[in-house]
Design a protein around this ligand. Structure first.
Ligand code: SAM
Length: 219
């Protein structure tokens, strides 16, 4: 997702209380930032953040961080969150950050993150861009550097080619494929408790099957 550049987006992000500024300063002490010290789940490439806002309300026992690299996209999330807070819906267990996920190991210490969500990640179809895909072996190495030993990555997409590439990367990188489906919405077990993302709603309403995998670090 890349929205047109929005004038003032950068300043709004810098001033926002919802956004963690200089996130690398919290490496090793993310628990101190939140009201409660509890497990930390992150979404990489959160877009406008609706998925995490829904999860944060459903799971007050989890802390969440949403990561997005474009100002214009993150700004839309901040605006939505501000609207909801005006209606009295608050998210004490949710922060956002504007950062490229390549920097994850500089932001979180080893074992600081319990779960990583990747939802409808950009496919980067050209072979020479494969390492930019958020399920490439290069990104799996970064996730390995921040997850707890039993940590999991959950990945959803409607892009079958990206999903098949990801299955190969998981195998080659020696991760465990704990569960997967090529049609999440018709898989009773895997769809239990599923929270839809904005892209998931859009693509499933067009009739696209949604693929999902749950992976964990190999021992
Ligand atoms: N997860 C949302 C959903 O499912 O509705 C948004 C999906 S959108 C297609 C993917 C988002 O990931 C975009 O907003 C893009 O800017 C962001 N993104 C892609 N690569 C990223 C990276 N390396 N670091 C942070 N965000 C990234």
């Amino acid at each position: 997702m890349r929205l047109r550049n929005i004038p003032g987006a950068q300043d709004a992000i810098l001033e926002s209380a919802y956004v963690v500024q200089e996130p690398e300063k919290h490496k090793g002490s993310w628990g101190d930032l939140f009201e409660k010290k509890q497990p930390l789940h992150i979404e990489v490439g959160m877009g406008k953040g609706r998925f995490l806002m829904d999860l944060a309300r459903l799971h007050p026992e989890i802390n969440y961080v949403g990561i997005e690299m474009y100002d214009s996209v993150l700004l839309r999330g901040l605006q939505k969150r501000a609207e909801l807070e005006q209606e009295g819906i608050t998210y004490p267990n949710l922060y956002f950050m504007r950062v490229d996920a390549r920097l994850l190991p500089e932001i979180f210490a080893k074992g600081e993150v319990d779960k990583i969500y990747l939802n409808f990640s950009d496919p980067w179809p050209k072979a020479r861009h494969a390492k930019r895909r958020l399920t490439s072996r290069q990104f799996l190495t970064r996730y390995d550097q921040i997850l707890v030993p039993e940590g999991k990555v959950e990945f959803k997409t409607d892009n079958r080619e990206l999903f098949e590439f990801s299955l190969e990367e998981v195998k080659d990188a020696g991760w465990n494929l704990d569960a997967f489906t090529f049609d999440l919405h018709h898989d009773a077990q895997m769809s239990e408790g599923n929270v839809m993302t904005e892209y998931e709603e859009k693509f499933s309403s067009m009739g696209n099957p949604i693929c999902k995998m749950v992976i964990s670090r190999g021992q």
